[in-house]
Design a protein around this ligand. Sequence first.
Ligand code: AMP
Ligand code: TRP
Length: 335
Amino acid sequence: MTVKQKRVFSGIQPSGMLHIGNYLGAIQQWVAGQGEKVNFICIVDLHAITVPQEPAALRRQTRELAALLIAAGIDPQQTTLFVQSHVRAHAEGCWVLNCVTPLGWLERMTQYKLKAQKQESVLTGLLDYPILQAADILLYDTDEVPVGEDQKQHVELTRDIAQRFNGLYGETFVVPKPVIRESGARVMALNDPTAKMSKSDFSRGHAIRINDSPDEIRWALKRAVTDAIGSIGFSDEPARAGVNNLLQIYELFTGQSRAAIEAHFVGKGYGALKGDVTEVVVEALRPIRERYEQLNADPDELDRILAIGAAQARAVAEPKIREVMAKVGFVLPTA
Ligand code: AMP
Ligand code: TRP
């Protein structure tokens, strides 16, 4: 008997340059799972426009993100890498799921509340964002959704929506589960270790972007907030968040055990810690940055890769959306 390979689906917004939080919290996991599972990675441009975007910038960032993902190790031969708006079933699935989801389920989403606070006028699409995400996931009979901690609630909502649809119309959707890595789930801001490193914070020294130059990386790490305690060790204490964050970054980039890392830093000061973290980060990001620059110089090649990804995604999502439409009672178009 052959065991069905697990389906893995994740998405990422083409809004702003990726940082090492995205890389360590999400992309590294996606790369590691390639080959052994069936992977779909979606560049979610439909999600991006839930807050205002400049059209030319959105177009540029979509291609840049594709280039960066490939440079970071997403292999289009092993992973279906595609742009969400290229596959219509996502918008169609969102509509149908809108019509089985109570409004109250959306109003309590933490990310919605946080984002809505920051806007003067909130677009309807922002509230609907998690349902579009549910459509993304459910159209592919996804088993696992590898994401950072902040997305757990959306994946749980997706499970609720899948169960509700299955209850109303009969077994249709696989109920997916979130996969969240312990370490790396929350990479904190360098200039404020109480806040998550975020794409939308442009203050200098907040984040390390994946294509930052070595000088920029050095600058940011030199100024990273630490504490006045002086010893170097992993810790959950809020007062030690800065040092812990640097150690976690070191851990994830080197793959060394915590015990080995703590032993390495015994008797050393924060200057040495920052110096070693800098070296590790610069060396890990160097090949990614170089490959990114090559890919970015060839937009036709990128578009070709994305067209192949879209065709592969459609081959899965289209039969699924037809099944969904049939279940709710639509007359399916012939041909
Ligand atoms: P976003 O930057 O919100 O588009 O997120 C893209 C992916 O990166 C999602 O899976 C997030 O959970 C993950 N992510 C974003 N910021 C961080 C962070 N600071 N630490 C760990 N993972 C993150
Ligand atoms: N909301 C996710 C984020 O901000 C992006 C996303 C969209 C996603 N669709 C998805 C993640 C489907 C996982 C699965 O990070």
